[in-house]
Design a binder for this molecule. Structure first.
Ligand code: HEM
Length: 148
């Protein structure tokens, strides 16, 4: 009897302690923070654009941009990612349909672009789980980008 009471006590204390731990544990930082904030995101975008410019599948679309246009694209893409991932930024560029209308972007262009983004995220050592979360945020934009 006393032995059962003893085990009961241990079990109860364990439950209380584990419960307290669960409530006290820190919430997971936002994806924005996990990507390294503004600086981390800008780094990913710089590498992403460098991969696009070097990719024979899509390079022609980017090499024809002036340096000022490339800079604007980088600033807007960084703000867009910062905004979408819970950071303190507001994306002020065009909506995705307006930005890509008339470009006739194909499924193949889309896949190549996503591949280049993954290459940039790998280069910056972004965890696969965080990469998937980011791609998941961008994926719904496909319908406004491809075939416009
Ligand atoms: C998730 C996918 C994509 C996102 C989030 C994205 C985002 C953006 C953003 C934010 C801009 C700047 C808009 C502005 O300046 O107001 C832009 C422009 C541009 N995008 Fe995309 N884009 C995506 C896919 C693609 C693809 C697949 C291509 C072609 C391979 C592409 C080609 C371009 C080009 C060439 C510009 C520059 C337009 C210019 O300045 O004249 N984008 N994109």
């Amino acid at each position: 009897m006393t032995r059962w009471l003893g085990w009961g006590m241990v079990l109860m204390m364990l439950t209380v302690t584990l419960g307290a731990c669960a409530t006290m544990s820190e919430p997971e930082p936002t994806l924005y923070k996990r990507l390294g904030g503004r600086e981390g995101i800008r780094g990913v975008v710089d590498d992403f654009v460098a991969f696009l410019v070097a990719d024979p599948r899509v390079k022609d679309r980017f090499t024809k941009l002036t340096p000022a246009q490339v800079e604007k694209l980088k600033t807007n893409a960084s703000d867009q990612i910062c905004d979408a991932t819970g950071g303190p930024c507001s994306y002020l560029g065009k909506d995705m349909k307006a930005a890509h209308t008339g470009m006739n972007i194909t499924e193949a262009d889309w896949s190549a672009t996503v591949e280049d983004l993954i290459k940039a995220l790998d280069k910056r050592n972004v965890a696969k789980k965080d990469q998937q979360e980011l791609i998941g945020l961008l994926a719904p934009m496909k319908k406004d980008i491809v075939g416009q």
